[in-house]
Every structure is written in C-alpha cells, then in structure tokens.
Write a protein that binds this ligand. Sequence first.
Ligand code: OSB
Ligand code: MG
Length: 376
Amino acid sequence: MNYLNTILPASFGKIEFLLIDIPFVTPFVTSSYTWNGKQALILHLEADGVSGYGECVADPDPFYSPETTVSCRYIIREFILPLLKPGMALGEFLTAMEHIRGNYMAKATVENALVDLLARRDRVPLFTFLGLPKRRIHSGISLGLQNTPEELCRKVGEAVHSGYHRVKMKIKKGKDYQFIEAVRDKYPDILLMADANGDYQPEDRELLSSLDTFELTMIEQPLSYNDIYLHSQLQPFLKTPLCLDESIHSIEDCKTALDLNACGVINIKEGRVGGITNALMMAKLCAENNIPVWSGGMDETGIGRAFNIHLQCSPYFTLPGDTSETTRYFKEDIIDKPVVLEHDGFIEVPEGHGTGVEVIPAKLQKFLLATEEVTL
Ligand code: OSB
Ligand code: MG
C-alpha cells in the first residue's frame, strides 16, 4: 500500500463540517429503526489548491451503531484533526489515530477526506491512488421491510427488472419465513439474502435453520449487533452462511470472527471499520481465510457511495454488495454524477480525479442544516 507514504499537505486552507439532510424517496424500514432521510456529516478539507470530501456514515441516532453524527463531529474536532502535523505521511497519520480507541466511523470520515484530497492533488482517480485496478462494480439492492409479501415481491420484481445482481431483503421476527417464501416462489434463481439487523436470539435457532430451504446466499447479522461468539454457536446449525455486519468494527473483530468460525461471509463497510485502508486489510485477511467479503452501504449520499465504489476495485471484494443507483434513495443528491446501472447491471467507477464526483453548491445549500469551520 504505497499510497500510505504520500505526504499530507503542510497546512489546510479550510477545514469545515457540513451537516446535511436529504429526504429519502421512501422511508427505509429495518428491524432496528425507520429512517426517513439521510442526515450526513460531511468533512470538507481544502489544501494545495484542491478539496477533499469525506462522508461520515453515522446516523443522528444510535440505532445502527453507537456512533452518531454528533459524537463523530466531537471526536474528529477534538481528537483526530489535532493529530495532523506538517510533513507527516498518510500512514503515519493513520498510525497516530490508533491511539484513539473505537470511533471507527469518525476515523473513516477523516481518512476519506484526506485520500480524496491527495488523489485530486495527484490528478488521478481514487482507485489509481490506492493502487487498485479499474473495474466495473457489481450492483446490489437492500430492500427495507415491507407491509406484505405481495408488496415485497413487487419491489423484488422491480429490482430484478432493473438488472440488480443480487437482492437483499430486511427481515425481522414475524416478517421472515413467509416473506422469503413468497419471494423464492416467484424468483427461484436470483441471488437472494436476508438481513435481520440483530433481531433474533439464540433461542430462535429452529426458525433460522428452517430458512435453509430457501437457499439464501447468506443471512446477515441475525443475532445481536454486539455479538460474534453467539453467531459462532449458531453457524454450525445452519447450512446457510452467516454474514456479520454491525458487530465487526476492526481487524481484531475480524480475526475473532474468523478464528471462531462465526460466519461464512463478512460485510465490510469502509465507513464502519475506520476507512479504506482498514477495509482493504480486512478484505485481504478474509481472502486468505477463504471468507468472501462484500461492500455494504449506509444509504450514503453520492460522496460516501463513491468511496464504496472505488473500494470495490479491489479484487478481494468478490460478492455483489449494497451498491445501488442514486435514484433508489434520493430525488436529488448533492453531487454529480449520480450512480446508474449499466445495461448489464454493472456500475462504472467514476473517471475524474479523487472520488470523481463533484459537489453541486446549490444542492449542498438546499440540504444544509449547519456548518462549522475548524482551525487547527
Ligand atoms: O444493515 O446493512 C445494513 C442501511 C443503513 C444501516 C444499516 C444497513 C443498511 C442497509 C442499506 O442495508 C444499504 C444501502 O443501500 O446503502
Ligand atoms: Mg446489515
């Protein structure tokens, strides 16, 4: 990872937080919460004549992760940004951040803004800066909980028709077997998986193993958001591979899950695991242990979405992830170009410098809740 030797700017012309709120086209319903829009904390850095943007994947609430937009802003301002020193290499900065415990979403926000800025300064796309080959990315859709199996089947039908490579459906207790059965009856051959966001207990083992008949590619985070061990006890009772999402924050968590055989797949959200560099290290470790990984999403705006796309240029990401078209989430986004599916369901990596997506000032203004300028 040669990019880690890149020297950071000697000083920053501007460091600012932008808090934005973009309404969703339709509410996103999961077993843990219903989100009506994306409130996102954006970090904007300016130096050496270019800008870099990082999007924090935390929500304003602690219902997916303990980190929130407010906790991240605090940790970034008080503890992460003060670690930036003139003449420092990116890798040295990442090492300095390890002194701060946890707070991986906050760390990812700053790493993202820096690598975007450095790639733009080098006038190369982010994937090139990271040393990754250019490739087209698989698409995948994450459908929220629906009221009836019929409504769900209609949504799955739309997704299949659009060309999505795999469909993920949210499940929760009472909205599982019948809903999956209805989809499988109609779409016997699609890559289908279910995400429980931690709604089940070890006692639900029989119910979870009854889902084996539907040949799901995986069941994501059936047990607690906080657990790896109980998943390792559940996995032997299921044919379907388990996938861990919210309980994996770090390389250490990843090693624990691998050693315990707690899952057959890991969902790597770079914004949840401390950024691109950690995500690449985790993906490599999983590949060495024959555990396939995919890139999850957090309903990001076009800024965060672009990082997930560049990350998937890494050949370690072998499974389709939660990378969907912009129009699935927002009528208007704050960036150009929006994500679209090609005729065969693949997604192009943006060609421009850095993430290759450009903030539209008028759209940013429209959805802006607050700004805060930071001086080091
Ligand atoms: O569990 O993967 C999840 C969105 C927000 C929080 C948690 C999750 C999700 C998704 C949607 O499933 C992924 C996406 O479309 O970006
Ligand atoms: Mg999930």
